[in-house]
Design a protein around this ligand. Structure first.
Ligand code: GLU
Length: 333
């Protein structure tokens, strides 16, 4: 009994010391690890995540010199993409993620793939680069339009990727079924260009920033082309949905882009959960916007990033409080 009492006292003291430490210690002195969900290693989301972490660590290093410490350590692993990231943020497994604006919209509003399963705690942080939806076709596939995909080997993308969802939306809009393809593969963004160049598939669909390493493997590497998607079907999608817009992949982007390509697209957005503390989101956002000039230089898809647009374009979930706090302090809101 005495031993038990002793232990209990020790425990109470330890707890008190612990809570004292927590109360006395500023947020900045505590280490906090955050994880950002991205996409495949050859895409642009991966660079977004790596760049954000780089800015967070830069702010940490500067803070160590000036005494303004935030204590955040950041990692941005490769993942399955948009809807995987949203799902893992909901589970609390990821703190942040990059996601297509269409899937941000549907997840928050409980529509499309998220019907009956709305994620009301989803929060927008900012939008990043435009992502045209690409259909990339093999050099000698003879595919010139969506209709030509019939009877072909088409990669619809891995479950969890944004392009998988957007491809399914396009299939529904065209009335195309999986069985209309010779095979519908589920390769990841990293596997698809190699599969196209090896002649294992005839085409793939990919929603991604321009330019990027994955697409250049297929275009510059083995003569694949990006086709136009500008029929009444895409016009219908753009007219009916606030998160779609027509987009151009400019002539000369890749070796085989011998004319501008017109297609529809979305925006890449950076999202989190209302459960992620305000201070964490504030510090991440601050690190990004205080270093936006460096950010723009880290990928050609980031060259035109404009804070005024990033904080309002393509965001359908409410802004996270920590992000709004920084934007208000800057006088941007
Ligand atoms: N838009 C793709 C997705 O949501 C990812 C593109 C990228 O990795 O840059 O899965």
């Amino acid at each position: 009994m005495r031993k038990f009492t002793g232990m209990a006292v020790a425990l109470v003291v330890a707890l008190a010391a612990g809570s004292f430490l927590t109360a006395g210690e500023s947020f900045a002195q505590k280490k906090r690890f955050i994880a950002i969900g991205t996409g495949g290693p050859t895409g642009v989301y991966f660079v977004v995540g790596q760049t954000i972490c780089r800015m967070v660590h830069k702010a940490a290093a500067e803070g160590r010199k000036t005494g303004r410490k935030h204590g955040i350590r950041c990692s941005a692993p490769s993942t399955g993409g948009s809807t995987y990231n949203i799902g893992q943020i909901r589970e609390g497994e990821l703190d942040f993620g990059v996601a297509q604006s269409d899937w941000q919209y549907h997840a928050f509003n409980g529509s499309s793939k998220f019907k009956g399963n709305a994620f009301k705690k989803l929060r927008a942080v900012f939008s990043v680069h435009p992502e045209p939806y690409h259909i990339i076709v093999g050099k000698s596939s003879g595919i010139k339009s969506w209709g030509d995909l019939k009877g072909k080997r088409f990669n619809i993308g891995n479950p969890g990727s944004g392009q998988r969802g957007t491809t399914e939306v396009l299939m529904a809009a065209y009335g195309t079924k999986k069985s209309d393809f010779k095979i519908a593969t589920e390769l990841t963004s990293t596997e698809q260009s190699k599969a196209l160049c090896d002649g294992k598939i005839d085409a793939y669909g990919y929603t991604v920033g321009v330019p990027n390493a994955g697409v250049s493997i297929a275009t510059d590497g083995c003569g694949a082309k990006i086709i136009n998607l500008k029929s009444g079907v895409e016009k219908g999608l753009v007219d009916k949905n606030p998160f779609y817009a027509f987009a151009t992949i400019p002539q000369g982007t890749y070796k085989t882009t011998d004319a501008d390509v017109t297609t529809f697209g979305v925006m890449a957005t950076f999202v989190t959960s209302a459960d992620v503390p305000e201070k964490v989101v504030y510090e991440v956002v601050r690190a990004v916007f205080e270093n936006i000039d460096d950010f723009r230089k880290l990928h050609p898809a980031f060259a035109n990033l404009d804070p005024a647009l990033m904080i309002k374009n393509a965001l359908s979930a409410p802004l996270h409080k920590g992000a709004a706090k920084y934007y208000k302090e800057k006088g941007w809101m």
